[in-house]
Write a protein that binds this ligand. Structure first.
Ligand SMILES: NC(=O)C1=CN([C@@H]2O[C@H](COP(=O)(O)OP(=O)(O)OC[C@H]3O[C@@H](n4cnc5c(N)ncnc54)[C@H](OP(=O)(O)O)[C@@H]3O)[C@@H](O)[C@H]2O)C=CC1
Ligand SMILES: O=C(O)C1=N[C@H](C(=O)O)C[C@H](O)C1
Length: 265
């Protein structure tokens, strides 16, 4: 049995993952982490979903020591507090949390010198297939303008989404560009004409939209649009469990969903 810890347990993904882990025949829920001050601390991990798990939510990061894998869908500041304990105790980490700075990502990578760490802005099978389609389109349509649109529910706190940023990185990489030099993360005011070779982003927030991403390849007289639409969070949860199973067989190292799905980047 793979002993799984879940962080962000009180959240939308935390509860979706909880149900997926409880249903998985090869996994057992060993720890459930919330942040100190959270209303969930001291209660059963299943309370928000109306189920009893027998696991109490804790803010004690030492509880990670007895686990094989942490699946983390929380906030960057939380993830960064879990990593040192995981690195010291050999607990692998699947990170679905988004919104890390470039500096913070270096810290994630450094932890992978001690334990297996997988960072995935999107764990769904469909989105990871779309990443590949985008790379191919970016190569085939190498001169057209690329704009990336994403829409999420009203409670999402980071923008553009981690998935949209990864899509932009894939386009830039396929075209031999430096993403940070060509990304236009938002626009307002008198922007002037579009600069050739840039990759533009638009982030919309509203309602209960689970997650929608479209990459638009806009040429002259024609546009190609590649869209992924998540209608439930189940795909993210199942992808995260597949990643946890993968990491439980690995030694230290920095992994992505491409490694899990067997597709080279
Ligand atoms: N990789 C992927 O496929 C996906 C990634 N995500 C990402 O996962 C993350 C979580 O998303 P979602 O579940 O929708 O978000 P929620 O806001 O529903 O949940 C976030 C959770 O983190 C907890 N939390 C908030 N602040 C802290 C903190 N400082 N320390 C510890 N815990 C904290 C919250 O606790 P409390 O409720 O008690 O305040 C809550 O349980 C986001 O970064 C999102 O972008 C989301 C979906 C798919
Ligand atoms: O916060 C969300 O909901 C989601 N976050 C991830 C992201 O930022 O890309 C993945 C998915 O789009 C849902």
């Amino acid at each position: 049995m793979i002993k799984v810890a879940l962080s962000g347990i009180n959240g939308r993904m935390g509860q979706m993952l909880l149900k997926a882990v409880l249903a998985a025949p090869d996994m057992e829920l060993s720890a459930a982490l919330g942040h100190s001050g959270s209303s969930a601390i001291g209660k059963d991990a299943g309370v928000p979903s109306g189920i009893t798990t027998g696991v109490t939510v804790t803010d004690d990061i030492e509880s990670l020591r007895d686990c094989d894998v942490l699946i983390d869908f929380s906030r960057p500041e939380a993830t960064l507090t879990y990593l040192p304990v995981c690195a010291a105790s050999g607990t692998a980490v699947v990170i679905g949390t988004t919104g890390f700075t470039a500096e913070e990502k270096k810290t994630l990578e450094a932890a992978s010198e001690s334990v297996p760490v997988l960072l995935a802005p999107n764990t769904s099978l469909g989105v990871n297939a779309v990443f590949k389609l985008i790379e191919e389109a970016a190569r085939l349509l190498s001169d057209v303008d690329v704009e990336i649109f994403e829409m999420h529910h009203r409670n999402k706190v980071d923008a553009p989404s981690g998935t949209a940023l990864e899509m932009g990185r894939r386009v830039a990489q396929a075209r031999g560009q430096n993403f940070d030099e060509v990304a236009v993360l938002s626009r307002e005011g008198h922007t002037g004409p579009r600069k050739n070779g840039t990759i533009g982003f638009a982030a919309l927030r509203g309602g209960d939209v689970v997650g929608k991403h479209t990459v638009i390849f806009a040429g002259t007289g024609e546009q190609v649009e590649i869209t992924h639409n998540s209608t439930t969070r189940e795909g993210y949860a199942q992808g995260a469990l597949t990643a946890a199973r993968f990491l439980s067989t690995k030694d230290k190292g920095y992994y992505s969903m491409s490694d899990v799905l067997g597709a080279s980047r």
